[in-house]
Design a protein around this ligand. Structure first.
Ligand SMILES: [Zn+2]
Ligand SMILES: [Zn+2]
Length: 341
């Protein structure tokens, strides 16, 4: 993709109007997920934004990126030179590489307070969230056997990260190091932040160029959910003067405002579609199947959570009703059936 930046050996560089150099380093994160780590260079600051997944290929790509900075851009920065590491949100594809990086740098780690404990006590977040997911899956209409299979897949991530300390917080509206502005955009993740550098916005997983970022119900993790997400999109659309945006995955975004409008329209359509599906009483598992077809492995959980986020949004706002109240009164564990009002 061409744009107002240069690219050498896969590493992109953009100089902002204020003279800050932003480098984008490509990393393989998981077998089917690629993304980016960013390095901000201004005066004495060497700020890494996100750390990759921590899998061997992600760490190898990060090292290769640093090597390209040195050999192709004459910018000799390695882990030991970093002055800060900012984690845009508490998802493992963005912070998993911290464990390995911290052995090589004394740079302080920053994250939004709503995701702080994901880093400082990773098993706590996984195990407490798993309890909520189990209740969600039961109410969504999955058999005990399928609940257990999905939960063990979810909990298998427990060994992927050793908890670490957090030295600083990314707080809404705060200006960091005189060059960055923090915008808290909860929805995709409770502590999701976007970072503004002059006319550039690092959107992380809040806004992506092609994919509509994944949503999950707020009943599982507070400050996620479609309501918060749509509010955050509106706040993003109201930021003045963003000429270029870079996400945590996928291409740069040349028209952020257009992209935000397209994502909002996409969710409005999906909400309409859920109402359509709920002309007859449906469980969340049935709604997920109607929306996404048959899914496999982790995809099953992602589809159920996405469907659940839309059902929750509609139910909370009075567009859906629960039709099997008598059954639920007798059997509190029974699946919930929703119908449009
Ligand atoms: Zn994410
Ligand atoms: Zn991501």
């Amino acid at each position: 993709m061409k744009g107002p930046w240069e690219e050498r050996d896969g590493v992109l560089r953009y100089r902002t109007r204020g003279g800050v150099d932003l480098y984008r380093l490509p990393v393989r994160l998981f077998p089917e997920l690629d993304g980016y780590v960013y390095l901000i260079v201004a005066d004495s600051h060497r700020i890494l934004v996100d750390a990759g997944s921590g899998l061997p290929e992600s760490l190898a790509d990060l090292r290769q990126g640093f090597e390209t900075l040195r050999s192709r851009y004459g910018c000799p920065v390695g882990p030991a030179d970093l002055t800060a590491i900012l984690i845009t949100h508490g998802h493992i594809d963005h912070f998993g590489g911290l464990s390995a990086l911290r052995a090589e740098t004394a740079a302080p780690v920053f994250i939004h307070e709503l995701d702080r404990r994901v880093l400082t006590n990773y098993p706590e977040r996984l195990i407490t969230v798993a309890r909520e997911i189990r209740a969600f899956l039961a109410q969504a209409g999955l058999s005990l056997e399928r609940q257990s299979a999905l939960l063990s897949l979810y909990l298998s991530m427990k060994s992927m990260f050793s908890s670490t300390s957090v030295e600083g917080l990314l707080a809404e509206g705060e200006s960091l190091f005189g060059i960055l502005q923090v915008i808290h955009t909860p929805g995709h993740c409770p502590g999701q932040v976007c970072l503004r550098l002059d006319e550039v916005l690092l959107t992380s997983d809040h806004v992506l160029a092609h994919t509509t970022p994944h949503q999950a119900p707020e009943r599982i993790t507070r400050y996620t959910g479609l309501g918060h997400y749509l509010e955050s999109l509106r706040r993003t659309a109201a930021l003045p003067g963003i000429a270029l945006a870079f996400g945590g995955h996928e291409d740069p975004i040349l028209d952020l405002y257009g992209r935000v409008a397209a994502i909002e329209a996409f969710h409005r359509q999906r909400l309409e579609r859920v109402l359509e599906i709920c002309r007859e009483p449906r469980t969340i598992a049935e709604i997920s199947r109607a929306l996404f077809g048959r899914q496999y492995g982790y995809g099953v959980l992602l589809a159920l959570l996405e469907a659940g986020a839309h059902v929750e949004y509609l139910y909370d706002r009075g567009y859906l009703q629960v039709v099997n109240l008598d059954q639920l009164e007798q059997e509190p564990e029974a699946p919930i059936r929703y119908r449009r009002l």
